[in-house]
Design a protein around this ligand. Structure first.
Ligand SMILES: Nc1ncnc2c1ncn2[C@@H]1O[C@H](COP(=O)(O)OS(=O)(=O)O)[C@@H](OP(=O)(O)O)[C@H]1O
Length: 328
């Protein structure tokens, strides 16, 4: 008997992107015969894909590499560039709570042009079926001034989860990350102070600024009630990952499925790791960029920073109703 004819499934219709990439040019200088480099790149909602020349496409490629941190894009022969997906959007829920998003991710709200309406932003999210939770992870939302209003305009019911750790360790960790990419940067100690003699802290340095959690939280509380925000302790995430994830599951209204039995402590890594990675039978630790060795910082500088953060930490404990224990 001849084999039955192969029926190929029809191609999945592509939903046209509501918000797309657009290029913003610096002053119209000419360099090497080409237009001046793109000064920034944003997703916008005009509905047209940006028509770019070959040179511009190359610039976009370079920009995306630098700025996009894993964004995938298609550069088509017609000169069109479409951002397809970002690495940060959204994370599929882990196995025990399977709820895969129905269509691929596109962008993150921070980078979407302010011309986007709340509805268009909502359309960037994958469709969510009954019983599914769609998650999106972008660390910088917490410290982005416009983020609370944008997210609230999209959905007031959004639940927000923020991992916080001792702001002094956070600042050193942040510095360590930058140092790994730019080994020539000044020392942590010199970046910390506006004036080392007077001990005036440079709060405009992002590594310091980000750790003023109470100030950022204030901004979110203008749009979301505290009951919709969960602060996860970065320290407890290491010492008791299952306990901390228990709080996350409760907060999301999920059954407590992730427990102690999913983790083991990896002596080499010095951190808890998963006994089995998602979809695999092998253990899995976070990558090399998580858990780097921090440089030694002058203890006096560390103490000065502790003193600086103390009042902000106290306010933060008060606001969240949780004592994080950073000020012992
Ligand atoms: N299980 C496990 N394995 C490895 N690392 C762990 C783990 N749990 C929490 N951490 C801490 O996570 C810190 C890195 O997370 P970040 O959110 O700072 O990373 S990133 O900014 O998104 O790259 C990283 O900070 P550093 O130690 O400064 O690298 C870790 O302390």
């Amino acid at each position: 008997m001849p084999p039955p004819p192969r029926v190929s499934s029809p191609p999945r219709p592509r939903t046209p992107a509501a918000c797309q990439v657009s290029s913003h040019y610096g002053p119209r200088r000419r360099r090497g015969g080409f237009r001046a480099p793109l000064s920034s790149l944003a997703l916008d909602c005009r509905g047209d894909e940006a028509e770019l020349t070959r040179e511009e496409r190359n610039l976009v490629r370079r920009l995306l590499r630098r700025w996009g941190r894993g964004r995938r894009y298609r550069a088509e022969s017609g000169g069109q560039v479409t951002v397809d997906e970002t690495s940060a959007w959204p994370r599929r829920p882990s196995r025990p709570h399977p709820a895969p998003p129905a269509r691929p991710p596109r962008a993150d709200l921070k980078d979407v042009s302010s011309e986007c309406s709340a509805q268009q932003r909502g359309e960037l999210m994958p469709k969510t079926l009954e019983g599914q939770i769609t998650m999106e992870k972008t660390p910088s939302y917490f410290v982005t001034r416009e983020a609370p209003a944008r997210i609230a305009a999209m959905s007031r019911d959004t639940k927000l989860i923020v991992v916080v750790r001792d702001p002094v360790t956070r600042a050193i960790s942040d510095y360590t990350q930058t140092l790994s990419k730019k080994p020539d940067i000044p020392s942590f100690e010199s970046l910390t102070f506006k004036n080392r003699t007077t001990g005036l802290i440079d709060t405009s340095w992002s590594a310091i600024q980000i750790g003023i959690y109470a100030k950022h939280l204030d901004n979110w509380l203008q749009f979301f009630p505290m009951r919709q925000i969960l602060f996860v302790s970065g320290e407890r995430l290491i010492s008791d990952p299952a306990g901390e994830l228990g709080r996350v599951q409760d907060f999301l209204g999920l059954k407590r499925i992730i427990t102690d039995k999913h983790f083991y402590f990896n002596q080499t890594k010095g951190f808890p790791c998963l006994k089995k990675a998602e979809g695999s039978s092998k253990p899995h630790c976070l990558g090399k960029t998580k858990g780097r060795t921090h440089p030694n910082i002058d203890p006096e500088v560390v103490q000065r920073l502790r003193d600086f953060y103390r009042p902000f930490n106290m306010k933060f404990y008060q606001m969240t109703g949780r004592f994080f224990g950073w000020d012992d």
